[in-house]
Ligand binder design. Structure first.
Ligand SMILES: Cc1cc2nc3c(=O)[nH]c(=O)nc-3n(C[C@H](O)[C@H](O)[C@H](O)COP(=O)(O)OP(=O)(O)OC[C@H]3O[C@@H](n4cnc5c(N)ncnc54)[C@H](O)[C@@H]3O)c2cc1C
Length: 506
């Protein structure tokens, strides 16, 4: 997992499949391509999962919301993928009980029947039967749910995961399959066979050295989420807008606000949204909002009214009322909402949208984390046709992801590493100081920083704090306090000087 080696490899070859974008979608496409035996390169302008893919609600789910909207086939597909993911990455995805608290007489039967349908759609890959709960049973599962007017609840089961750790696991899986993942490499243009001719590769810049490269490929896949239209316009400057962005914000609270093992799901807030309060890595994640934003950015900011909405609803459903000062962290992500694409393109649409332009640019967008594998599979099948590659069947339904082990306790902080956890422990045996905790409020140790820089392509302090460890999402203040130590460990590991160590790593 050496970035310098990957840069040399990127420049040297002509690739079968070149993927632009290192979020869930691009990683799904790249793993699919490499696992079918196509030579595959993935370019990410920032860090892997820096965009939306590290800012989700952390659920691997069929989407109860889609069921409410009557989109049964979508739920069916997502539930199937949920089952595969639990099988192929049990170290990263696990079962979680969700309780819908019931305050109105009709909600119990209504949501009870809905959840039975959800169970039935999951079939053999179901995680456990849903059931109606009495008021006492509901309070037993969620001791801090608002008891005033509570009639009972409905419990159902879904999957929970660590989004950026799954992304890093896919990066490692890609490399294990012989593919080349490259972060901090931005695509700046497309290579063509001649004016208006077919796309033959990309121009890219190494964001660390500033070096420019031209990389040839038989097919280029645009998997850039809310930035999709930027790449489409490199192909056709007159291409209309296909994607708009909608922001979703989460707040993170202490676990005391939601003790126990169950999450809360509110299917219909006063203004018609779905709201979750989910235990995650020893904290509680509450979200989300749905706010249209005019421009896509890698660092979206939560609006005051979004924070108000989340706090107001947390107060409505919990006995202990969180104050703004109780918020340990806030994170915001942008959903790519797909509108009508240009009419000169071929469209195969599910929840996700797959397009092929006249010049052969393959664009994949929409969908969700849960369906990343299916999106990858559909895309590679299409991309192989565009590139005239030998047709090969997908093998990812049964592909175990890097670090696979089913001997995991999801409560154990290092479970996300799977079999790599033993190797991280070995680092601590070699150098005792690496076993030191980085901060008293978080479980992370120095060894994990070394591991992230050495084997997970972490390049900045923020890569480590946000996406290798989840410190910045769990406790922003603790993260700031541990940043200098993380910078010191990284500087040593990456051979950086004092100026780098003392620099701005935000
Ligand atoms: C608030 C919120 C909550 C969600 N919760 C869930 C959930 O619980 N479960 C679920 O299944 N799904 C969830 N989703 C959906 C899921 O997170 C997204 O569908 C998924 O992460 C999108 O991944 P992506 O790869 O398409 O986009 P991104 O993750 O944004 O990746 C696109 C990447 O392309 C890169 N890029 C852009 N331009 C260039 C360029 N020129 N060169 C190189 N790279 C470039 C960007 O840097 C970025 O990293 C949620 C979404 C939101 C917004």
């Amino acid at each position: 997992m050496n970035r310098a080696d990957f840069i040399s490899a990127a420049k040297s070859g002509a690739w079968d499949v070149l993927v632009v974008g290192g979020g869930a979608t691009g990683l799904g496409v790249a793993v699919e391509g490499a696992s079918r035996g196509y030579s595959t390169l993935l370019l990410e302008q920032s860090d892997f999962a820096k965009g939306t893919s590290s800012r989700s609600t952390k659920l691997i789910h069929g989407g109860v919301r889609y069921l409410q909207q009557g989109d049964v086939s979508l739920v069916l597909e997502a539930l199937h993928e949920r089952g595969l993911l639990i099988r192929n990455a049990p170290h990263l995805v696990h079962h979680l009980a969700f309780v819908v608290p019931v305050y109105d007489w009709w909600e119990g039967p209504f949501y009870g029947i809905g959840m039975k349908l959800y169970d039935a759609l999951a079939g053999k890959l179901g995680l456990g039967p849903s059931k109606n709960l009495s008021r006492e049973e509901t309070l037993e599962r969620i001791p801090t749910v608002e008891p005033d007017g509570l009639r009972g609840g409905v419990v159902y089961y879904d999957g929970q995961f660590d989004d950026s750790r799954l992304a890093i696991t896919l990066v490692r899986t890609l490399a294990n399959l012989g593919g080349t993942p490259l972060n901090y490499t931005r695509v700046t243009g497309l290579l063509r066979s001649g004016p208006g001719g077919a796309i033959e590769g990309v121009k890219a810049v190494d964001e660390e050295s500033g070096a420019e490269m031209e990389i040839r490929a038989r097919v280029v896949v645009n998997a850039t989420g809310v930035f999709t239209d930027d790449i489409r316009r490199m192909d056709d400057p007159d291409a209309g807008s296909m994607v708009t962005a909608s922001q979703g914000v989460h707040i993170v609270l202490d676990r005391a606000f939601l003790p126990g093992d169950s999450a809360i799901m509110v299917p219909h807030t006063s203004d018609g949204r779905v709201l979750f309060a989910v235990p995650w890595h020893g904290r509680v994640v509450v979200g989300t909002t749905d706010t249209p934003v005019p421009e896509a950015t890698l660092e979206p900011r939560a609006l005051d009214e979004e924070l108000d909405f989340l706090l107001t609803h947390a107060i409505r459903y919990l006995t202990r009322d969180p104050l703004p000062s109780d918020v340990l962290s806030v994170f915001a992500g942008l959903r790519p909402l797909v509108g009508d694409p240009d009419s000169d393109t071929k469209s195969i649409s599910r929840d996700h949208t797959l397009l092929v332009s006249a010049a052969g640019l393959v664009t994949i967008t929409g969908g969700k984390w849960t369906t990343y594998r299916r999106m990858g599979s559909d895309t590679v099948t299409q991309a192989a046709l565009v590139a005239g590659l030998l047709e090969r069947p997908s093998v990812t339904e049964d592909l175990k992801l890097h670090g696979w082990t089913d001997a995991v306790d999801p409560i154990e902080p290092r479970s996300v590493y799977g079999t790599d956890a033993a190797e991280i422990e070995a680092l601590e045996k070699d150098r005792a100081e690496l076993a030191e905790r980085l901060h008293p409020s978080l479980p992370y140790r120095a060894s994990e920083v070394v591991w992230a820089a050495r084997f997970e392509m972490a390049r900045t302090v923020e890569d480590v704090l946000s996406r290798r460890l989840r410190a910045l999402l769990l406790d922003a203040r603790a993260s700031v306090e541990m940043a200098p130590r993380v910078a010191g460990l990284m500087a040593e590991e990456l051979g950086r000087d004092d100026t780098w160590e003392e620099g701005d790593h935000s």
